[in-house]
Ligand binder design. Structure first.
Ligand code: FRU
Length: 487
């Protein structure tokens, strides 16, 4: 199955339509992707795996694990498909999971998903590799099956193992649910092969009905628990998408195997961010995620472009004074070209010479002490625009793609209607700092020091590369813009 998939990809990848493909965001050679998996660093290179249907641009097929590597997290090289759904325990999909390097060996842990006679079972499985390219599934898979589930826990929703090592012991988090509660379970191992159920790591009756894709990271200042929640309850502003990426800072008590953490916060307040995975390299904690969302229409798939899905620009995470900060990985700056710098005092609406493009980095520093509302509109052309607006009178920042070229459909309960997200925001000293990364059909917005991010797709006609600025009152502006050319 692996060879057949690789052959199919080699023969057909050039037939995909690149119109909406990001230049510097990871996209599949062909077919559908959702979650990033097995994000790791092995023998001097980053490796990313991903949920992959090579044969169609929807997820209506058993998932493979696609695979790519990179030296700098920007320029990726596709590798042969790593895992195929070719065993009885993963026949309906090799679902999400993580990687760990021990000695010279790269281990993958993933969920085997199968559905027989209407009974759906998910188990945890392992595969390993010594060259980082070819993987062998462990002969005694699954390493965790339904018999290792505590009473009342769902065997049908039991997935996405996240494995790490701490003080000589291996830990695994698995997302799951029980009637009326979502939770993540903790397992322990001394050798990666035998696993013991330890505890409910964290459990909540008020935080969605199932948790997927758990992550745990130890920052010096705090420990972080992140997960992707199916139908997380909406707040006044946060959690307005169908599903949500959630995190909480706190403390992991290894004796009891429980995490004390809270409050639950949204990892990214845009429209398209889910199933994040965090790679802990000691000093560097790097996060990637699926730049999309369940419950929506998938535009490139519908247009017949032969591919769907991409990953966010990887981000460095840190914790400062109790706040999680996200920054784009610094290697992206090596691809900045054609810098333009503008200073202005703006009232009304304006475009600036040299400030345009749909594959750009834009840094806007705006003194809003004498203005009420300030907007940066991107992907502009006749009648279309996507707006990032700071409204001082309301104390909010919003991302609005309701005037983009193609509307995305959404689940009825979705408060954002897949169009607008708004969050409370007050920049320090009335100085708004916006870093915006545009990449053909996506915009990632980092605010301030990275205390808030908003990531969204936006599909527009060819040539929608205008960038407009507008201010109600006078905004003192510094604009720095570069093209991003990966080549
Ligand atoms: C999250 C998710 C995971 C699952 C995978 C299947 O987006 O639903 O829980 O393992 O996608 O592709």
């Amino acid at each position: 199955m692996l060879e057949e998939a690789d052959r199919y990809i080699a023969e057909n990848a050039s037939k995909t339509d690149p119109m909406y493909r990001g230049e510097y965001h990871f996209t599949p050679p062909i077919g559908w992707i959702n979650d990033p998996n097995g994000f790791t660093y092995f023998r001097g290179e980053y490796h990313i795996f991903y949920q992959f249907n090579p044969y169609g641009s929807t997820n209506a097929a058993p998932m493979f694990w696609g695979h790519a590597k990179s030296k700098d997290l920007i320029r990726w090289t596709h590798l042969p498909v790593a895992l195929a759904p070719d065993r009885s325990y993963d026949a309906d999909g090799c679902w999400s999971g993580s990687a760990i390097v021990v000695g010279e060996r790269l281990y993958l842990f993933y969920t085997g998903h199968y559905d027989r006679d209407g009974v759906r079972v998910q188990t945890q499985n392992m595969a390993y590799s010594d060259d980082g390219i070819h993987f062998t599934k462990y002969e005694n898979n699954p390493v965790i099956g339904p018999e290792q589930l505590p009473e009342g826990t769902s065997a049908a929703d039991f997935r996405d193992p996240y494995v790490w090592e701490q003080d000589g012991k291996y830990y695994m988090l698995i997302g799951t649910m029980e009637t009326g509660a979502a939770k993540v379970q903790l397992y322990e191992s001394d050798d990666l092969f035998g696993w013991r159920y330890k505890s409910d790591f964290l459990r909540s009756e008020e935080a969605g009905y199932c948790w997927e894709c758990p992550n745990y990271v130890d920052f010096e200042e705090a420990e972080l628990f992140a997960f992707s929640a199916v139908v997380f309850p909406a707040g006044d502003y946060a959690f307005h998408n169908y599903n949500s990426s959630v995190y909480a800072l706190g403390e992991f008590d290894r004796e009891s195997g429980t995490m004390q953490a809270g409050p639950f916060l949204e990892m990214d307040a845009g429209l398209d961010f889910y199933a994040e995975q965090i790679l802990d390299r000691g000093e560097q904690k790097i996060m990637t995620a699926w730049m999309n969302m369940w419950g929506r229409s998938y535009v490139t798939s519908q247009l017949g472009h032969g591919w769907s899905g991409s990953l966010v620009l990887p981000r460095l995470l840190s914790v400062k004074d109790g706040t999680l900060l996200q920054k784009p990985v610094p290697t992206i700056a090596e691809y900045y070209k054609n810098e333009v710098r503008i200073e202005d005092r703006l009232s009304g609406t304006k475009e600036y010479e040299g400030v345009s493009g749909s594959v750009v980095h834009l840094k806007v520093t705006a003194d809003v002490s004498a203005s009420d509302v300030f907007t940066v509109s991107v992907f502009c052309a006749d009648g279309v625009h996507t707006d990032i607006t700071y409204d001082k009178t309301k104390g909010t920042i919003s991302f609005d793609r309701s005037k983009s070229g193609i509307a995305v459909s959404y689940e009825p309960r979705e408060r954002s209607k897949a169009r607008v997200r708004t969050m409370p925001y007050a920049p320090e000293n009335d100085t708004l700092v916006l870093e915006i990364f545009l990449d053909r059909s996506s915009a990632e917005v980092f605010l301030g020091e990275g205390e808030l991010t908003m990531t969204s797709l936006s599909y527009n006609p060819v040539g929608a590369d205008g960038i407009h600025f507008s201010s109600v009152g006078e905004t003192a502006l510094v604009i720095e813009k570069q093209d991003i050319i990966v080549g």
